[in-house]
Design a binder for this molecule. Sequence first.
Ligand code: FES
Ligand code: FES
Length: 153
Amino acid sequence: MVKVVFEVNGRTIELDVEPNELLINTLRNRLGLTGTKYGCGIGECGACTVLVDGEPMLSCLLLTVDVNGKRVETVEGLTSERNPGVVQKAFMEEGAIQCGYCTPGFIVMAEYMRRRNVEPVDENIKEYLKGNLCRCTGYINIYKAVRKALKAR
Ligand code: FES
Ligand code: FES
């Protein structure tokens, strides 16, 4: 076992982990942060996206030991049932959610785009979201929601 200390959604976490433990399993199974979804497990779908030191990473491909000393943000840190943020609200208003399995990954990416002040044009939105797959919505409403969130500065 290896001791790791890292921050998750503003909380300092100290854990002993196996050297091969994946971040997604630490988040979901040990920290109860089940908002981050396990889709493909091979880096193809984006459902497991989290921010590590502000950059999007696929937690199904990342070892927990590799976030030692780093700052992790999951969808739980970016959304709130009582007080929804701009991105969360835009997704609800635009009907960008069906089964919801892909939604956390899209929300994390949309928040990342907002922080980078990405221009809300289709070309950018498609480029940033090309690693996130959705089997339900046909993407139109997701793109609308992201455009709305980017405009709402
Ligand atoms: S579960 Fe990580 S990319 Fe699909
Ligand atoms: S809403 Fe079902 S996979 Fe996207």
